[in-house]
Design a protein. Structure first.
Ligand code: CAA
Length: 240
């Protein structure tokens, strides 16, 4: 039986590339998305991957959504927490909603999805959870106290859950992408982005499939001894 994988925020950008990579690995892949029905329809037509709509930042919606996936496709063996939003601005300009929205979706979404998926993984003594963090959660970023805090939280969440999952054969890892050529990065003002790219040693933005390759490895049978780790894929922009 093919493993069932779910990728949150899976119909666009990095999420889409991850869906396609796991599908190529022979998994039965399901995408989750929150808002853009047109993009989701086009995604399903082009890839044959079913997309389910709910907001991962909402606990009850997430439990219900994952239960529906389990019933219609099968229980989830591989969880990729990729969904994320930005509400950039300096602290002085950032509203309380900008703060809570980003925390709720980017970090709360990981908790909600893990709650929905972990029991099955534990019971079958096999599971893979891969959380998409960020270089900006590792190094911070001007104008992103909300996003950096949420992504940094993901890295702590990963290490804590990895300790809980280990005895059940559930690995939990993170990938910390740098600046990848997606709609999210395209929204950064051009003059600001130019300065950022100038600080990337390989001299370019990353491609979504360069993140997906890392997820593919962490989700594989061969990844069984890797847990609690963070794989940085950032063109050398942040090394530590
Ligand atoms: N360090 C120090 N000072 C900085 C700075 C930095 N990195 N960036 C800007 N400043 C300074 C500016 O020089 C300016 O100072 P002066 O007025 O004295 O010249 C001041 O801060 C205000 O800068 P802006 O004009 O840019 O301010 P703004 O309010 O118009 O915009 C901002 C602020 C929204 C944060 C904007 O700078 C921005 O969008 N920055 C990019 C944030 C970013 O990298 N987001 C990543 C999105 S992609 C992503 O998140 C994916 C991922 O995981 C990597």
């Amino acid at each position: 039986m093919a493993r069932v994988a779910i990728v949150t925020g899976g119909t666009r950008g990095i999420g889409r590339a991850i869906c396609e990579a796991l599908q190529a690995d022979g998994m039965t892949v399901v995408a989750n998305y929150a808002g853009n029905d047109d993009k989701a329809r086009a995604f399903t037509e082009e890839t044959g991957i079913v997309a389910y709509r709910w907001n991962v930042g909402d606990h009850a919606e997430t439990l219900a959504g994952c239960a529906k996936v389990a019933e219609e496709v099968g229980p989830i063996d591989v969880l990729v927490n990729n969904a994320g939003i930005t509400r950039d601005g300096t602290l002085m300009k950032m509203s309380y909603e900008d703060w809570t929205d980003v925390l709720r979706v980017n970090l709360g979404g990981c908790f909600n999805m893990a709650k929905a998926c972990f029991d099955h993984m534990r019971d079958q003594k096999w599971g893979r959870i891969i959380n998409i963090g960020s270089i900006n959660g590792q190094a911070g970023q001007y104008g992103q106290v909300n996003y950096a805090a949420a992504k940094s939280g993901i890295h702590g969440f990963t290490k804590a859950l990895a300790q809980e999952g280990a005895r059940f054969g559930v690995t939990v890892n993170a990938i910390a992408p740098g600046y990848i050529d997606t709609d999210m990065v395209a929204a950064v003002p051009e003059n600001v982005l130019e300065k950022i790219v100038a600080r990337i040693p390989v001299g370019r933005l990353g491609q979504a499939n360069e993140i997906a390759r890392g997820v593919s490895f962490l989700a594989s049978e061969d990844g069984g001894f890797v847990t609690g780790s963070t794989l940085s894929i950032n063109g050398g922009q942040h090394m530590y």
